[in-house]
Design a protein around this ligand. Structure first.
Ligand code: NDP
Length: 332
């Protein structure tokens, strides 16, 4: 494509901190696609909690200045060299890539796929990272079976709503937690038959009442620090405690002997280690898209923010004001 600009809009950080370190720029260089990469003009960029970890320094950025972002939907505008998995100029793609808080991203073709016919751009951008996370968690972190009792924290959040819908689709009994009545109603509508508003209900006693004192065979906990002990308390004997995030802060070191009380499994998985190979990535994308289309999953978009309004988006996410997915529109 001959008409590519040399400068683009984007959001960088030069140091870690609060939302004040997010810098909206209009003169960042448009990257060149290298070996195994395609240059993508982003239509919609997914916001994920992990972006806040890089901003605060909980996870170290590989370099500074650093463009945040991990996923987007857009159009291939230039092909790099090497293995591109059949991607070419003009293809609409969904991708997992660093540096997506920008108009253009040089993305690893191995983690990009063509958008399925009929899939709305916003839905695709909202689906990939959180949907794949939820899917790999219920398939591999704890392979959930029909009839299993499962506890999901932050059930009305982005990843939470995916977990709830996928768990319902595989026939699990879902117990969710949330902080407000609005969130409780939303997660119930998505398929969490039993919701606990932890602002005024005791989670452990409610879980034990529902499971007739057995507890849940799996707990999916993306809240982290504040819920870890509670999650272990809610676990069934021989259950899987799946700690997959740090929304409330990192879980402090755990003494392994604590697991013997229930012969529990403890896991700390990340999506990226379930989709290392192209085959793994394609397998889960295919399965996720099947769920979205055949099971008619509702991909809830909380709001679409202008790139220049990224600080408000991070504040809303960290302030627990959101339900479902937050997107950025890089053209604004
Ligand atoms: P969410 O949309 O779920 O937002 C976070 C939610 O966590 C809030 O809405 C809130 O729900 C709950 N929460 C409870 N305590 C706090 C707190 N102290 N501060 C902020 N939020 C709190 O975000 P995401 O779906 O983007 O991410 C959810 C979790 O999943 C994160 O920990 C993230 O890191 C993790 N994750 C992990 C991945 C992996 O590969 N391991 C991949 C993707 C996400 P409520 O008010 O109802 O309590």
């Amino acid at each position: 494509m001959s008409s590519l600009p040399s400068k683009m809009k984007g959001v960088i950080i030069e140091k870690t901190g609060g939302t004040e370190v997010l810098q909206y720029k209009t003169d960042l260089p448009v990257p060149s696609p290298g070996d195994g990469q395609v240059l993508v003009k982003n239509d919609y960029v997914g916001i994920n909690y992990i972006d806040t970890y890089f901003r605060t320094g909980l996870y170290p950025a590989p370099k500074y200045p650093y463009i945040l972002g991990r996923e987007a939907e857009g159009t291939v505008v230039k092909a790099g060299s090497g293995e591109l998995y059949g991607l070419k100029e003009g293809d609409k793609v969904l991708m997992l890539s660093e540096g997506t808080y920008a108009e253009y991203t040089a993305a690893n073709a191995a983690k990009a796929v063509k958008v399925k016919e009929g899939l709305e751009a916003k839905v695709g951008a909202a689906a990939l990272l959180q949907g794949l996370t939820a899917l790999t968690l219920i398939r591999e972190a704890h392979p959930v079976k029909k009839g299993d009792w499962v506890l999901v924290h932050a059930a009305a959040g982005g990843t939470g709503l995916w977990l709830v819908q996928l768990l319902k689709a595989v026939g699990a009994n879902v117990i969710g937690t949330a902080s407000t009545q609005e969130k409780v109603d939303l997660a119930k509508k998505a398929g969490a038959e039993h919701m606990i508003n932890y602002s005024h209900e005791d989670v452990k006693s409610k879980v034990m009442e529902l499971t007739k004192d057995a507890g849940c065979i799996a707990v999916f906990d993306g809240v982290g620090k504040t819920t870890f002990d509670l999650s272990l308390d809610c676990l069934a004997r021989k259950g899987s405690m799946v700690s997959f995030g740090n929304a409330s802060g990192a879980v402090p070191p755990v003494t392994i002997g604590r697991l013997s009380a229930k012969n529990a499994r403890l896991m700390r998985p990340t999506l990226f280690n379930y989709i290392v190979t192209r085959e793994e990535f394609e397998h889960y994308v295919e399965e996720l898209m099947d769920f979205v289309t055949k099971d008619k999953l509702d991909v809830r978009i909380h709001d679409t923010y202008a790139l220049s309004d990224v600080a408000r988006a991070h504040n809303d996410l960290e302030g627990r004001k959101t339900t479902g997915k937050l997107l950025l529109d890089p053209s604004k």
